[in-house]
Design a protein around this ligand. Structure first.
Ligand code: ATP
Length: 750
């Protein structure tokens, strides 16, 4: 019988292809496909494994989902139960499926991505099981696109290579399925690309707006960073203001960075959105739709968050501006107040100083006046004293009386003037004290003034230093911000460039895909035409197959009837045969004459004649008379030239009787070297022709039991015993007990 199993390998391809072509022709034109399958079923060729194959009862053929029957054995993967649909399909084809027999589907637990792995050999030579497995929706969903494209290319290359362009139907189906899957994937990819493009544009616009805001903020901060006054409070306020602006700018920048991070996060997410390989295409599409919804939702949320942030940022900026303007106004008011206060204080100090100075001057004048007065008084006293003394000297005698009078007068005047001088002296002392006090106060005031001046100068220097530091930090901040702005600008440009290049690439890819799809569609159309033609042919073949099947059913029924009658005849025959054996006699004795052995050729034989009726005449010339000639009667006598087959031909009927239930014993008897072993077993290293009775009997037993296998089951055993010197021994027994009779019954089943 012909084996239909295709082994995919490089060697012997042409031969196989020719064979497959022949097979196809036979199947298509003669309707021999079913015949050959039937033959395969009968010869136990096993099934082609298929995605859904039902095992037929009493043979090992399988029905696929499409209804065709295959005869190759499943080679790998666990089997899964057949669905109700498959059973119905099989039933519609009038094929009986045994409900109790196990029905399985192959490849239940195989990894799907392995199905589309790179293969060697041709697609036309692929078994149906492999193709149907590839056509499974799960396998197609899970297969990488590259594998699908390689499958399509492989099939098309093969079809081009073939001169007549003939492609098997199953390969056409596979191609159609694979192309449909590719088409679906390309369309989903195109949709994704479109949505991604739109998202890119939206994000880019947002990003641009953020940059504009950042630039405006940076410009404002630049303006604010201009030289400040030396006033400590003003610098403090300005510093605060600058810092708040910087923080606002930074906040805004962080917001943009956050946006940028969202943008950068978007790429992996987008990558994740590429079609996933899940179990079911519907589930995949559903998931895609859900993913796109989630993405859109996220987009909306993101845009909302961004807008909210924008609003918040703008609010913060405005608030900051308002606060800054308020602070500025406040600061100006405070400055004016401080200036006024200082002016007032200065004027006060000046007035105070003027008052003090005038006081000091007055005091000094008073003191001077007092000193001058004192000197005058002293001088007048001295002059008067001198005058008095002179007058006294001149007018001493004269005016001794008058002296007394005058002395009295002077004394009186002195007494009168004394309290006045004392008063002046007291005033003088007070004035001196006051001047001293004033001088001390002036000195302390001067010192305080100098100290205040010193402090003021020191403070001014410190403030200048602080302002310079703040200026430096602000400038560094500004530079940082500028560098960040430049970086962000560069990044934006880079992103723009990459985005453009990606867009171009995707557009190219989309164009390529469209072109490829167009070419595939044209080939698909051709393939559809051919597949339609093949379908028509298949329908014709199916019709003829049904007709043939009906005829075969009729023939089969008639054969069943014939078989029944044949069995009856056979039983009768057997009965007659065994009756004949009985009539021939239950015990039969055959005589076999051994030929001379090598080296005995010179000896003379005593066999005189061998009769056809089993008569053997022996003549011994050494014995006289009747003693010299003796006649023996046997059932049959085999001469020295008789072969082993001839001897067994007379024993064979007993073997058939054994199978029919009769007990038979065959044994050889004779003197040593007579040829018992030769007859029963055969010589050492015997060929099939030299086999003895034992071998031939067993062989015959097996053949008969095999022929009757369908009706009767036989159990064949063997026991070997030896009778030697009146002792029966079991030749198959091991050394020790049980070897001699009565031994334990030992039968070896064959
Ligand atoms: N029909 C025959 N044709 C050719 N050679 C034979 C034939 N019969 C016996 N011989 C040969 O004769 C020799 C003796 O035969 P065999 O051993 O069978 O005798 P035997 O009766 O079994 O002897 P024993 O009783 O001693 O075992 C063997 O060499 C065997 O090959």
């Amino acid at each position: 019988m012909r084996t239909n199993k295709c082994v995919v390998s490089n060697g012997g391809e042409c031969k196989r292809r020719k064979e497959s072509k022949k097979r196809r022709r036979r199947r298509n034109h003669i309707g021999g496909g079913w015949k050959s399958l039937v033959l395969r079923c009968s010869t136990k060729r096993f099934l082609f494994s298929s995605s859904s194959a039902a095992k037929l009862p009493n043979n090992n053929s399988y029905i696929t989902k499409s209804g065709s029957i295959h005869g190759d054995a499943p080679t790998r993967g666990p089997l899964t139960p057949l669905s109700e649909e498959d059973r119905r399909k099989a039933a519609s084809l009038d094929l009986k499926i045994n409900q109790q027999s196990t029905i399985w589907l192959p490849y239940g637990g195989q990894k799907f991505h392995e199905v589309f792995q790179w293969k060697q050999g041709r697609y036309a030579d692929l078994p149906m099981s492999k193709i149907s497995e590839m056509m499974k929706s799960n396998s197609l969903d899970n297969a990488p696109t590259r594998s699908l494209l390689s499958v399509v290319n492989g099939i098309l290359d093969e079809s081009f290579e073939r001169k007549n362009g003939e492609i098997p139907h199953r390969v056409t189906c596979l191609l159609r399925k694979v192309v449909q899957e590719i088409e679906r994937r390309v369309s989903t990819q195109a949709d994704h690309l479109r949505t991604q493009n739109n998202l890119f544009k939206i994000r880019e616009e947002r990003y641009q707006s953020r940059i504009r805001v950042l630039q405006v903020l940076a410009a404002e901060s630049d303006k604010q960073a201009k030289p400040v006054t030396n006033h400590p409070q003003q610098t403090k306020v300005r510093r605060k203001k600058d810092l708040s602006r910087c923080s606002a700018a930074l906040n805004c920048f962080y917001a943009i960075l956050w946006q940028a991070s969202l943008f950068s996060c978007y790429f992996p997410y987008w990558k994740m959105q590429l079609p996933k390989k899940t179990g079911n295409s519907k589930v995949v599409e559903k998931q895609k739709v859900e993913n796109s919804k989630v993405e859109e939702k996220r987009e909306v949320e993101n845009s909302k968050v961004v807008e909210k942030r924008e609003v918040e940022n703008s609010k913060v900026v405005e608030k900051q501006k308002v606060e800054n303007s308020k602070v500025e106004e406040k600061r100006e008011v405070e400055n004016s107040k401080v200036v006024e206060k200082q002016i007032v204080e200065n004027s006060k100090v000046e007035e105070k100083q003027k008052v003090e100075n005038s006081k000091v001057e007055e005091k000094r004048e008073v003191e001077n006046y007092k000193v001058v007065e004192k000197q005058k008084v002293e001088n007048s006293e001295v002059v008067e004293n001198q005058k008095v003394e002179n007058s006294n000297v001149e007018e001493k005698p004269k005016v001794e009386n008058s002296e007394v009078v005058e002395n009295q007068k002077v004394e009186n005047s002195k007494v009168e003037e004394k309290p006045k001088v004392e008063e002046v002296r007291d005033d003088k002392r007070e004035l001196v004290k006051e001047t001293d006090k004033n001088i001390n106060e002036i000195a302390s005031l001067k010192q305080e003034l100098e100290m205040a001046k010193m402090m003021h100068e020191k403070r001014c220097l410190e403030m200048e230093k602080e302002t310079e530091d703040i200026k430096a930090t602000l400038q560094s901040r500004l530079k940082e911000l500028e560098s960040l702005l430049a970086d962000s600008n560069n990044r934006v440009k880079e992103i723009e460039v990459t985005h453009e290049s990606k867009c171009q690439k995707w557009n190219k890819k989309v164009n390529i895909c469209h072109n490829y799809m167009d070419s595939q569609f044209s080939t698909m159309r051709e393939l559809r035409f051919t597949s339609d033609a093949i379908k028509q042919e298949l329908l014709k073949t199916q019709k003829s197959y049904f007709e043939e099947f009906n005829q075969l059913e009729k023939k089969f029924k008639s054969l069943l009837y014939v078989e029944g009658s044949y069995r009856e005849v056979l039983a009768e025959n057997r009965k007659l045969f065994n009756d004949l054996q009985d009539l021939k006699g239950n015990i039969r004795v055959f005589c076999r004459i051994r030929p001379f052995l090598p080296g005995q050729s010179g000896n003379k034989t005593i066999v005189d004649s061998i009769g056809d009726n089993g008569q053997l005449v022996i003549s011994n010339p050494s014995k006289p008379g009747k003693e010299g000639n003796k006649t023996f009667k046997f059932n049959k006598v085999f001469g020295p030239t008789a072969t082993q087959a001839e001897v067994f031909s007379d024993i064979q009927p007993f073997i058939q009787s054994v199978v029919d239930g009769y007990n038979v014993c065959i044994f050889a008897y004779g003197q040593t070297g007579a040829g018992k072993t030769y007859t029963m077993t055969g010589p050492n290293d015997a060929t099939e022709e030299e086999w003895g009775v034992n071998y031939r009997s067993l062989n015959n037993l097996f053949k008969i039991s095999q022929n009757r296998k369908t009706t009767t089951e036989y159990e064949i055993g063997v026991q070997m015993i030896e009778i030697y010197n009146d002792q029966v021994r079991d030749l198959l027994a091991a050394k020790g007990s049980g070897k001699k009779y009565p031994f334990i019954k030992r039968v070896i089943l064959l």
